[in-house]
Write a protein that binds this ligand. Sequence first.
Ligand code: AHG
Ligand code: MN
Ligand code: MN
Ligand code: MN
Length: 322
Amino acid sequence: MQRLHEILVRDGVERELRQVLGHVMIACKEIAHKLGQGELAGILGSTEAENVQGETQKMLDVISNDVLKNILINDEYVRGIGSEEEDYTVAGHKDGKFLVTFDPLDGSSNIDVNLSVGTIFSILEAPANGSGDDQSIFLQDGRKQVAAGYVLYGPSALLVLTTGKGVNFFTLDRHIGEFVLTKEQVKIPEDTKEFAINMSNQRFWEPGMQQYIADCLQGEEGPLGKRYNMRWVASMVAEVHRILVRGGIFMYPWDNREPGKPGKLRLMYEGNPMSMLVEQAGGLSTTARENIMDVQPEGIHQRVPVVLGSKNEVLKVMEYHK
Ligand code: AHG
Ligand code: MN
Ligand code: MN
Ligand code: MN
């Protein structure tokens, strides 16, 4: 049995980063425990509040955010945090070496129906100067991430992590309270016949995306020449996890539902960490035109169109956008 800590030491991950990752995992174990309690703890349902993006916050969005925030801003190596559920970035330790951004609970519309949710996180190095409550120090492109991952709270709780040396899975052993290595050097199959997209937004997409999906639906008779299957969990963590396990393509593309919002997903705590994982597993992650990790962020809650997964299929979607 190899525990997370042992693997991080083996991979030469520096002590300070190991500590920060260890703290993220303590928070995720706490979140896993609370999710498991569900209705018993009276923590399902929504609050009266909205987050800065105008989404109604679930009780568990707020609880998960508080758990992560409290542990991280008290870590001496964390300069600051940025979260989906915080309007502004929050300062940690003034000399902290790292910045952590996170989506405390992804797929939270699944919470009240007892389906899969997750926590997504991304770790950057803090620059020499600047306080964690100044968002400008966070505005680094995704290539600068030193670690990224998610915890999927499904039938088992699973950590999927990269520190830039491939992607490993760790399953939470609830008896010993530790994440244990269960799959190493995961690779996404290059080809797929499975796509994931919220079809109800079809009329808002760009022509290229409309055409790609129309061609998928034609199956083996159409120009793509194969019969597709479709999945939509409405939890990006679950979606990306399925793709890491068996391949596929996931899209939350550009749409014109709301002016000024190029898609729904957020660059700094959804797009970038998932892109690092997907690329480290041999897949591709793009806006449909450029690599997501090359997008220069302009705000902590910036949105980004997302097309990721099996390499050859993602390349096809990019062709449709030329
Ligand atoms: P979050 O719950 O963190 O706000 O993110 C939800 C995201 C993502 O997980 C999922 O892919 C997508 O929203 C689902 O959106 P639709 O409800 O529009 O399908
Ligand atoms: Mn949300
Ligand atoms: Mn999310
Ligand atoms: Mn969320």
